[in-house]
Design a protein around this ligand. Structure first.
Ligand code: MN
Ligand code: MN
Length: 295
């Protein structure tokens, strides 16, 4: 695999973890509360409502790792193995778990269901936060990306807006890993907003909840109004709300876009060492298994 691609892919997955660890501090806070407490929150200091250690990650990164491990354990995409790894992760009493995620995993445990029924309440961001490894293992095949995205998303979330948001995030990560610039990424957001105008973000209102529309508007707003990985992530997490997840999604796209050299050293040093090491080991294996890697 091309070194540049491997570096950008690694930056995407590390970017997810950095955004998660950074954003966990301000999760569920308002921008005004964040300002009062931190002026600008810009370091991996931990804390937050979960009381994490500096550099510790939450469910966003943990589920992405569980998915990536499942793919590598089976030597390819295997939805049942992914579901089994989610079960094992949930049984390990994670520090945090979303209600929609818990419901989906429970349904699989009880009934073996690999696709939850369509549900109007499933438009959360919990499937989109797991997209980094999906984008990497399907690199080089857009149809495979689509197939795997919908399969993994609907293990827990089954809603047209979640589906569309996950696909857009996956396409953006893949394009950026392959060297696309911000204009090409913006064009991918337009494909989304043309199909679902509710995702439009040109007049960003500052909502950053766990609703996939709020989440992606926050991510896109800061991605396209800033000029560096660090600036983008700081903007996103200081918006509060579901800050660890907006941070995680912004981190995977911005990581791929700006590349490994732009990940702040001070953040990387603080990031949980086991998480960093595992990501650096998993990414080349995901790329090796991808259609591009098998060519
Ligand atoms: Mn989280
Ligand atoms: Mn969250």
């Amino acid at each position: 695999m091309d070194d540049e691609i491997t570096a950008r892919a690694t930056a995407a997955f590390l970017g997810l973890a950095l955004g998660d660890a950074l954003g966990a501090t301000t999760e569920f806070m308002t921008p005004a509360e964040i300002k009062t407490q931190y002026k600008i929150h810009r370091k991996l200091i931990g804390g937050g409502w979960l009381g994490i250690k500096p550099g510790q990650v939450t469910d966003d990164t943990e589920m992405s790792l569980a998915l990536a491990r499942a793919v590598i354990e089976t030597g390819g995409w295997n939805l049942r193995q992914i579901a089994d790894n989610f079960v094992a992760w949930m049984r390990g009493k994670p520090i945090d778990i979303g209600s929609t995620v818990r419901k989906g995993i429970r349904l699989y445990m009880n009934k073996g269901t690999l696709q939850v029924p369509l549900n109007e309440w499933d438009a959360g961001n919990g499937a989109a936060m797991r997209m980094a490894p999906v984008a990497l293992v399907t690199l080089g095949d857009e149809q495979l990306l689509e197939h795997c995205t919908l399969e993994q998303a609907r293990l827990t979330h089954h809603h047209a807006l979640s589906d569309a948001g996950c696909l857009c995030v996956g396409r953006m990560v893949q394009a950026a890993v392959l060297g696309a610039d911000r204009f090409a990424l913006h064009a991918l957001t337009r494909e989304l907003t043309e199909e679902f105008p509710t995702f439009r973000f040109n007049k960003y209102k500052g909502f950053a909840s766990g609703y996939i529309v709020d989440t992606l508007q926050t991510v896109f707003n800061y991605l396209f109004t800033t000029g560096s990985f660090e600036e983008c992530l700081i903007g996103v997490v200081n918006q509060g709300g579901d800050a660890d997840t907006t941070g995680a999604i912004a981190g995977m796209i911005a990581g791929a876009l700006y590349g490994q050299e732009q990940l702040p050293c001070s953040w990387l040093k603080k990031l949980d060492k086991n998480v960093r090491q595992e990501i650096e080991e998993l990414v080349p294996q995901l790329l090796y298994l991808s259609p591009l890697g098998q060519r």
